[in-house]
Design a protein around this ligand. Structure first.
Ligand code: NIG
Ligand code: FE
Length: 402
C-alpha cells in the first residue's frame, strides 16, 4: 500500500470511540492514518480533490477491538454444554478434570498447523463482524512448549488475515494434571521458564492469570505478575468471576491493564481499579453461557469512573460465541450498559485494556482502522443482532470489505 493513498467519506454519522459526534462528518484517511475529520458544513469540496471517494452516509465507528479471547484451541466442549444443561456447574466440571483441562488435552495433541486451521474460521467470524484488533490468549498448553506453540499460532493468524493480533501468555490458567497437588511448583514453572521464554521470543504482549478457587490464589497470581514485571510485560487478570478473592485489587496494585469478568467485584475492588487506571473488562458471553446470576457492579464502576470494555471471551467452554456485535447487545440487555457504553467498550476502552494508544478512536492522527455500517444511528449496533450491516471494514487505511 502506498503511504499516500487517500480515501474520503462524506456525510458520516461518526461514533468516535467514546461518543456520537453531533453532526454529519467528512473523514479523510492518508495511508494508515486518519488525516482529516471535519463537519460537513465546513467541508470545502476542494479538500476532496484528487482523493478517492470511499462512500457517503451511514455510521462510521472505529474498527472493533475484541480485547479478550481464547481463539486458539483444540477440540470443542459441546459435551460439557450438554452436561451443564443437565445440571452440572462449570466449577464442578472443572474439579472433575473436565472444563479447561479437556481443552488442554486436545490442544496439546494438536500441531501448530492444526491449531491454526481450526482458529482461522473463528478469527474470520470476528473479522466479518467488524473486528480489526483481536487479543488472543494462550492457556490451553500449560507446558512451556505448548504455551509457546499457542502463541506462535496466534502470531501466525495475524499474518493470514487483515487484523491486528495482540497476544497474551495465560500460563496460569489451570493446574495441569502432572502438577496435581503442587500448584506452587507449577507457578514456579510459569514464572521461571514460561514467562522468560515467551518474553525472549517476543511471543507475548502481556501476561494474564486466572485468580479463582478453581485456579490460582491471589498470592500465586502475584508471583506471576512479579515475574512479568521483571520481563517488562504488562499484566491483566481473570478475577472475581466465580467468587470474590481480591484478585482485581491485587492486580490493580501491580498496575494491571485490566481486570476481566469481575462479576463478584466489590466496591473496594472498584476503587482499586479506579486508582490504578485499570480497565474493567465485562464479558457478557461467559455470563450468558454459564447462566450466571451475579452481575458485575456496573453502577459502581460508572460512579467511580472506571472505564469499561466489552469482549467476546471467545473460547470453547464458557463463551463459544464468535460475534463481537452480539456482545454489544448482551452487555446492554444483561448488564444494562447503554449502547454508547457498550460501543466505547469495544473501541476506545478496549484499546486501553490492551495498552494501545491511537487505536479504537476516530480522530486526526489515529490509526485508520474503521467500520462503516449500513445503519442510521450507532445505538442500532447494540439494539439489533443482525449480520450483513458491515458495509466496509478498513484495516490500516485499506478497505478489506465492501
Ligand atoms: O475467560 N475463566 C477462565 N477462563 C476462560 C474460560 C476458558 C474455558 O472454559 O475454556 C474464561 O471464561
Ligand atoms: Fe477468558
Amino acid at each position: 500500500m502506498s503511504d499516500t493513498k487517500r480515501l474520503l467519506w462524506r456525510d458520516m454519522t461518526v461514533f468516535d470511540g467514546l461518543h456520537e459526534l453531533p453532526e454529519p462528518m467528512a473523514v479523510i484517511t492518508r495511508g494508515s492514518r486518519i488525516d482529516t475529520l471535519c463537519p460537513m458544513r465546513e467541508f470545502d469540496e476542494s479538500l476532496g480533490q484528487g482523493i478517492r471517494d470511499a462512500g457517503r452516509g451511514g455510521v462510521m465507528t472505529p474498527g472493533l477491538i475484541d480485547c479478550h479471547t481464547h481463539l486458539v484451541f483444540g477440540g470443542n466442549r459441546a459435551d460439557e454444554f450438554e452436561k451443564r444443561l443437565e445440571g452440572a456447574s462449570y466449577a464442578e466440571i472443572a474439579k472433575a478434570g473436565g472444563g479447561i483441562l479437556s481443552t488442554v488435552h486436545a490442544t496439546r495433541a494438536a500441531s501448530e498447523d492444526e491449531l491454526l486451521a481450526a482458529a482461522l474460521p473463528r478469527l474470520q467470524a470476528l473479522v466479518d463482524d467488524g473486528a480489526t484488533t483481536v487479543e488472543i490468549k494462550s492457556g490451553y498448553g500449560l507446558t512451556v512448549e505448548d504455551e509457546l506453540k499457542m502463541l506462535r499460532v496466534a502470531r501466525r493468524l495475524g499474518e493470514r488475515l487483515s487484523v491486528r493480533i495482540v497476544t497474551t501468555l495465560l500460563g496460569a490458567h489451570a493446574l495441569p494434571p502432572e502438577y496435581e497437588g503442587d500448584s506452587d511448583a507449577y507457578i514456579a514453572l510459569v514464572c521461571d521458564e514460561m514467562i522468560p521464554a515467551a518474553a525472549s521470543e517476543g511471543l507475548a504482549d502481556a501476561v494474564d492469570v486466572f485468580c479463582e478457587t478453581i485456579a490460582f490464589s491471589v498470592d500465586q497470581c502475584e508471583r506471576v505478575f512479579q515475574a512479568a514485571e521483571k520481563h517488562g510485560l504488562p499484566i491483566k487478570a481473570h478475577a472475581e468471576q466465580l467468587s470474590n478473592l481480591g484478585g482485581s485489587a491485587m492486580a490493580a496494585r501491580h498496575g494491571a491493564l485490566s481486570a476481566d469478568h469481575i462479576e463478584y467485584l466489590d466496591e473496594q475492588g472498584v476503587i482499586a481499579l479506579r486508582d490504578a487506571g485499570s480497565v474493567a473488562v465485562i464479558l457478557p458471553g461467559a455470563f450468558h453461557t454459564l447462566r450466571e446470576t451475579q452481575r458485575p457492579p456496573i453502577e459502581a464502576l460508572r460512579r467511580h469512573g472506571v472505564p469499561m470494555a466489552v469482549a467476546t471471551d471467545a473460547n470453547p467452554g464458557s463463551s463459544p460465541l464468535f460475534q463481537p456485535t452480539l456482545m454489544l447487545n448482551l452487555a446492554c440487555t444483561l448488564f444494562r450498559l447503554t449502547p454508547r457504553e457498550a460501543l466505547a467498550g469495544m473501541t476506545a476502552n478496549a484499546a486501553r485494556a490492551l495498552g494501545q494508544t491511537g487505536f479504537g478512536c476516530i480522530e486526526e492522527g489515529a490509526n485508520a482502522d474503521l467500520c462503516v455500517w449500513d445503519i442510521q444511528r450507532p445505538a442500532e449496533l447494540a439494539y439489533a443482532v443482525q449480520s450483513g450491516r458491515l458495509r466496509q471494514r478498513v484495516f490500516q487505511g485499506e478497505p478489506t470489505h465492501g
